[in-house]
Design a binder for this molecule. Sequence first.
Ligand SMILES: [Zn+2]
Length: 503
Amino acid sequence: MRSLYRATRVHTLSHPTEGEWLLIDGRHIERVGSGEPPAADRTVDLPGCTIIPGFIDSHVHLTGTGLAGVGIPIDTARHAEELLGLVAEELTHGPTKILAHGFDESDWQPRTLPTMAELDELGETPIVLVRADGHLSLANSAAIERSGALQHDGIERDQSGNPSGVLRRDANSRVQRWFHETLTEHEIRELQLQAASLAAGRGITCVHEMAIPAWRGRRDIEVLLEQRMQLPVDVVPYVADMDIPYVMGLGLETIGGDLSVDGSLGARTAAIGEPYTDDGSTGSLYLDSDELAEFFHNAHLAGLQVAVHAIGDAAIEQTLVVWERVYRTLDSRGRRHFRARRHRIEHFEMAAPQQVERAAGLGLAISVQPAFDAEWGHPGAMYEQRLGERRAVAMNPFATLLARGIEVGAGSDSPVTPLDPMYGLWALENHHDPAQRMSREHAIRLFTVGSARLARLDEKKGRLEPGMQADFAAYEADPFVVLDPRELRPVLTVSRGRDVSAR
Ligand SMILES: [Zn+2]
């Protein structure tokens, strides 16, 4: 069946760059053109509208996004008391357990977290409050006990040696995984579906799912793979699991994704060379270099594309040194194949100029989260609190990465920042460093062509040209020129030829 979409403008991000109509045949684009349109079985008229390629979000946690959508809106809390108040209010509805996501004490006044005593005063119901970045949780005694988190490292203790309620590293993983293990398969399916529908409603036609079995169990990715084809948007899965046979057994050609080489700056678990200015620690490297080298080497030889999460300069350094080690073992043919694999580093936030050069030299691809800069990169915000002005100013050098010829794609890390490419575009244009700001067209390319290339799907996605998948969205205002894109929502989203618009 051939469908014709007629609009005022079709931006193809290809040649020709613009048209007035788009003809699709089933799941694929047949032609884009101007003037008299060809005959079709069905015509969709979108007068005044602009069609653009569907956005591709290169870093999403679907189940977490679904949960954040139905949970307590703790991201709105402005201090510890308000956070506790929101939880107390929820407890009046009699839940059997609570997990809420999104508090960010870096813009609280004062920035003090609630104490264990305050969390325990709320009662016997297990409570887990996950920091915006996911790398730190607050848990009450009931949640710590039930989850068995005490047996894991990362339990912060107060002066008298008792748990403070702050959980990092393995203890944070354990308490989140405990919660997710209590969900039914049906609940997980529904949360993933809700998140995928939200994506479609925002003009996204494909997401790179960053599954984290350590936080959500292996069942989470298994449920997603079962329903992948029924979801409104296309899903490219990455699994943060070092068990290569397991991941290959799932039928995937990718591995890692959000596999933690370090943690986050917000939780002070990102591994950095010089200490955090606000507490003197240096974060932590989660993996041993030999272990990481063996993993990279074996996964590469198995034909997989490998991605890892690295935020701090010391974690980026470890990742680069280990890739350089693996690269040296390859002959010249092996080295060409290596580059074509586009192994990825997620976040890459504190990269020093020489580290950018080395990533470019290896042909590594970078998955950036522009909204991180909008949320935390500006003067006085969290990065400056944690790192001081000198280091904060140099972070997230997006334009430099592009100028060095590095493959760059963009994502939200939803639910860490909103699942909304328009916010990402705005963030790219309003980078804290004017030298790193990007034009609207370059910003749109990052979230379409760039993210397609990161998943090695650039022959199928990211542009509107004959033979490519019919992935696009239509807007009443032209996203290429509208002054502030943040409120812009599509009137139509089509993913692989299907109308998946929000209803
Ligand atoms: Zn990550």
